[in-house]
Ligand binder design. Structure first.
Ligand code: SD4
Length: 306
């Protein structure tokens, strides 16, 4: 049997991964697997950090970021701060077919989506609006930090022809400033894939992930012969330590990785759930918990089936 596999960030990806795995099992392509899997997550109004139902920025507007990359051709496409379009991941994939103008933001991205027939939709649900209103009250009354509630969906897949693809989609940080862009659509930071090695993708505090270009860093570690597990864990650990040393604090960072043999791994400095399905092991959700020593360096990461 030919090898295939798909790995995704967060438990919310489980239904999407099932769809992706089905495509791969039936000898479908990795590009379709990641796109269809992410669309499933984008379409679900209950997930408050991706697509429809995603949490809005401080002006109560849902601004979405997404990206797509093909590991065979290294083609990539991305959108950032796009409003009112149903499936940002599909717009990113379409952009990846172009030679120029592959990363579009704001109303430029919306104009492109409109011209190419993508479905327009108000992405703000009543539920997300209520959460925004409650949070607004809390922030003013209790002086809270607005920036939590953020879980990007990232998928990496390998198909039976040994091609690989990666895609990401997110509403970014809850209560972000209008126009704020995180790591998720930024090549090398939020995602990277190369058929000759493997892929990686990140979730967590984009402002910190970007400082270390952590998806590219993870892929480079795999290129040097390191396993996906070691590559992702060491990339997260080394960089968290750098951040702590040089800035006093490291944000939440989690990375998923898969190499071109279908071996997978994760690295994280917070509790982190993820989903994997391969030809060898049926779909499973996992929970990764980092255990720290007294110096706050990660001693080990415990991974359990959920
Ligand atoms: C961002 N990395 O916009 C995204 C948010 C995220 O888990 O993934 N949070 O910074």
């Amino acid at each position: 049997m030919n090898k295939w596999g798909i790995i995704a960030t967060w438990k919310m990806a489980v239904d999407g991964v099932a769809i992706g795995a089905d495509i791969l099992k039936n000898k479908g392509k990795c590009q379709d697997a990641v796109e269809k899997a992410i669309m499933e997550v984008e379409n679900d109004p209950l997930y408050t950090s991706v697509g429809y139902g995603g949490l809005p920025n401080e002006n109560c507007e849902v601004e979405l970021d997404a990206a797509f990359m093909d590991g065979k051709t290294l083609s990539m496409g991305a959108v950032a701060g796009i409003k009112d379009y149903k499936n940002p991941v599909s717009i990113a994939r379409k952009l990846s077919e172009d030679r120029f103008n592959i990363f579009l933001v704001g109303d430029g991205a919306e104009a492109y989506a409109h011209k190419n027939g993508f479905i327009r939709q108000n992405m703000l649900t009543e539920r997300a609006k209520k959460t925004w209103e409650t949070r607004m009250d809390e922030i003013t009354q209790k002086n809270l930090s607005p920036y939590d509630g953020h879980d990007t969906v990232c998928m990496i897949s390998l198909d039976s022809e040994k091609d690989m693809a990666v895609a990401t989609s997110t509403s970014g940080l809850f209560m972000k400033k209008r126009g704020r862009v995180g790591d998720s659509p930024i090549p090398g930071s939020g995602f990277y894939v190369d058929n000759e090695v493997g892929g990686a993708a990140a979730t967590g505090l984009g402002e910190d992930i970007m400082k270390g270009c952590l998806s590219y860093e993870t892929v480079q570690r795999m290129r040097n012969g390191v396993s996906p597990m070691k590559a992702a864990q060491s990339a997260v650990e080394d960089f968290s330590e750098q951040l702590r040393k040089r800035r006093g604090v490291a944000g939440a960072i989690s990375i998923v990785a898969m190499n071109n043999k279908g071996e997978w791994g994760i690295g994280t400095n917070v509790e982190f759930s993820f989903v994997v399905s391969t030809d060898e092991k049926e779909l499973k959700s996992y929970l990764a918990t980092p255990i720290f020593n007294e110096d706050k360096t990660i001693k080990e990461i415990k991974i359990e089936e959920m």
